[in-house]
Design a protein around this ligand. Sequence first.
Ligand code: EZ4
Ligand code: CO
Length: 403
Amino acid sequence: MKITAARVIVCCPGRNFVTLKLETDQGLTGVGDATLNGRELAVASYLQDHVIPCLIGRDPQQIEDIWQYLYKGAYWRRGPVTMSAIAAVDTALWDIKAKSAGLPLYQLLGGRSRTGVMAYGHATGRDIDETVDEVLRHQHAGYRAIRAQSGVPGLVKVYGVSTTGRMYEPADNTLPSEHDWDTALYLRHTPRLFEAVRLAVGDETHLLHDVHHRLTPLEAAQLGKSLEPYGLFWMEDPTPAENQEAFRLIRQHTTTPLAVGEVFNSIWDCKQLIEEQLIDYIRTTVTHAGGITHLRRIADLAALYQVRTGSHGATDLSPVCMGAALHFDTWVPNFGVQEYMPHSQEMLSVFPHDWRFDNGMLYCGETPGHGVDIDERLAARYPYQRAYLPVNRLRHDGSLHSW
Ligand code: EZ4
Ligand code: CO
């Protein structure tokens, strides 16, 4: 078999997506997601200008060799742009291999380990009451795991909270919008939020919270400790995790489980966190961490240390990523949970797919491949629109803080 053509499709059906489609001389095609929120065109160019010329004529069955060729062959290793581009190729190649075998992708990975994939949904509100209502709405919709975020009194714009009344989309402006931040206000508010949420939902529902890289290790330790009475499933991204050792301090002070990794792109970013058992969940995704081939290496390392998966699944990961992720989740032995932020109908219509959500669970389909395609004619009706993630500034003096 040979790769005969490859196309990068950039479209914006409500938000930007970068998709790679590979064609072969046997008529089989494969699709991969390469969306890197706010930096989409860098990955599109990496694929178009540097990767595609090396793919034409290659045997798409040699997934491992092509992965090594693109990784080692670049000489410049890792990084989100490179690893998202490699991921798109890898995902498309697994799609082709599974189609040529006539099997759903999870069968190639080792088969089914579970009946379905537990999803967690996002409950967000402008204040505690609104967030509690949203948590209850998710509970009634069948979610067994719910992430709760709320506005903080005194702060105007906060991560996760929609200001438009529409679905929250973080890349909300043609130039970065500005959020404001005050750690002391947040640290006082968050335990109050979870006290109210836990009281309303009862003991059974898993509760999650995303700190979004905003605290120092000591502040994270304080927050983790103050949330212990509410039995969280996880506290996510408590500090910027370039400094993996920092988690030793957090770990020494709290038994609140920790989840990290949505911004990681390789096994090296989480090696120490996993080997020293400093985290409980690893949140790397198919799209940003080098595809199925590399994500499997991360999950296998994590399994040695009882670290489970909890893949990133925000709307900036396309329905293609979700399809591939659900096949991965259906197989991976050390599965934890899958993030799920529903795409709009407009977004879903561009990506015909066979995965589905039902009563708090996600299910991959049974069609050969990963079960997701792109409708290129429809995609062409939604041209790229520049969009940035926000920046965060300290409320009292405007210093730039992690968003
Ligand atoms: O802010 O995907 O847990 N989910 C998240 C996301 C990220 C966005 C950034 O593009 O933190 O909402
Ligand atoms: Co997050």
